[in-house]
Ligand binder design. Structure first.
Ligand SMILES: Cc1ncc(C[n+]2csc(CCOP(=O)(O)OP(=O)(O)O)c2C)c(N)n1
Length: 382
């Protein structure tokens, strides 16, 4: 414990992050663009996005539309039997694009399975977005090429990975940041709580980015937490921000603030992006069985894309043809993803044993031999 305290106090304190250092003063959501598409002024986070032009907002809009299209197309591919499963992100576009577009290339992302929008921003190609869900591979891309770990399905485990990585960043004296994405349900996991204790103790450059999409499969967030999730982090010694997760600009401002704090030695930050999963948990889920349609309608009115569209239109930046260009790009991306997915070569069945362990493993070798024998019986029958 002495060691922990010493390290904490040795750190240079971040000078200018009042919004974080003061902790959440209220449960009110930080919002920079209202539901009706109006820019608000006076928010404590305003200064972090002062430089963002309407043109850049247009490109954030484009990314959100494109990933919505990717998501819809992947859902269709699953319905057509081309993918075994897909975890939709519908409704979470602003949370993912606003945060991912704030990162530097040398920051490192540790996500769950739902962050296809983040993956798109990191440069994951279309074939790799669908590869695992098609069942063609154990894994998707080389994490060290894109500085993004492959998606984590064990709820919350990625927060520990990010925290460990952040320890490495700190030991190297670098100023990059580890960013971990997880859902509201994950905050009930031991891993997430352990990661926050460790990150706080060692003041690590890590951002805990929670997309509170209100449901952990069929469990509502109200069952996981009787107070806003953002209020938990200060108990670990981690300042937090509670932002409107359907407001791309507010998400960007919060992420930039947290990144700056981490880069300047201020330690971890917890961001609760309050958003909503408008689709099913995965394509294997039927949300009609556990949530009512009025709730969904209420959130549909807060749609992150429609909101930015309203703002861009009213500011005169949504010039004729822009929407068409974005739609054309989305179509092209969806087409490319569909082609990549359908033309993916099926691996030889025996390769399912590859890359399970990095070193030879006797039990696995025996299983592989038995499976090879089983496969050979088909060859003999032909
Ligand atoms: C350790 C662990 N426990 C249970 C599961 C089964 N499981 C898969 S998704 C899920 C809900 C996760 O909800 P949340 O963290 O809110 O993220 P969301 O899927 O809503 O993005 C659960 C319990 C799992 N994958 N890992």
């Amino acid at each position: 414990m002495r060691c922990v305290l010493l390290i904490t106090h040795d750190l240079p304190l971040s000078s200018d992050h009042q919004e974080l250092d003061d902790g959440p003063e209220s449960d009110e959501l930080i919002q920079l663009i209202t539901q009706d598409g109006e820019r608000t002024q006076g928010s404590v986070l305003q200064r972090w996005i002062q430089d963002v032009t309407d043109e850049q907002l247009g490109s954030l809009y484009e990314d959100m539309v494109v990933i919505r299209r990717i998501d819809t197309e992947a859902t269709y591919l699953q319905r057509q039997g081309e993918l075994a499963l897909w975890p939709p992100l519908l409704g979470q576009e602003a949370a993912q694009i606003g945060s991912a577009r704030s990162l530097r290339k040398d920051d490192f992302v540790f996500s769950s399975y739902r962050e296809s929008g983040v993956a798109y921003c990191r440069g994951v190609d279309f074939e790799d977005l669908t590869r695992v869900w098609r069942g063609n591979s154990h894994s998707s891309w080389d994490p060290f090429v894109l500085n993004m770990a492959t998606p984590q399905v064990i709820i919350g485990a990625q927060t520990l990975h990010a925290t460990g990585y952040a320890m490495g960043i700190k030991n190297d004296g670098a100023d990059s940041v580890a960013v971990t994405y997880f859902g509201d349900g994950a905050t009930s996991q031991g891993d997430v709580n352990e990661a926050m204790v460790f990150a706080s103790s060692f003041q690590l450059p890590v951002i805990f980015f929670c997309q509170n999409n209100h449901w952990a499969i069929s469990e509502p967030v109200s069952l996981q937490a009787s107070v806003p999730l953002s209020r938990r982090a200060p108990g670990f010694g981690i300042p937090s921000l509670r932002v409107d997760g359907n407001d791309v600009l507010a998400v960007m401002a919060a992420t930039r603030s947290a990144l700056d704090r981490a880069r300047s030695g201020g330690g971890p930050t917890f961001i609760e992006a309050v958003t909503y999963r408008m689709g099913p948990h995965t394509t294997a889920d039927d949300p009609h069985r556990y949530r009512n349609v009025d709730e969904l309608a209420g959130w549909a009115a807060k749609d992150p894309i429609a909101r930015l569209e309203k703002y861009l239109k009213s500011s005169g930046r949504f010039i004729d043809g822009f929407q068409r260009l974005v739609a054309d790009k989305s179509d092209a991306v969806a087409h490319a993803m569909r082609e990549a997915c359908k033309n993916m070569l099926d691996p030889e069945p025996i390769t399912v044993f590859d890359n399970v362990f990095s070193e030879p493993h006797a039990a696995l070798t025996r299983q592989k031999e038995a499976y090879a024998h089983y496969l050979s019986t088909f060859a003999a029958a032909e």
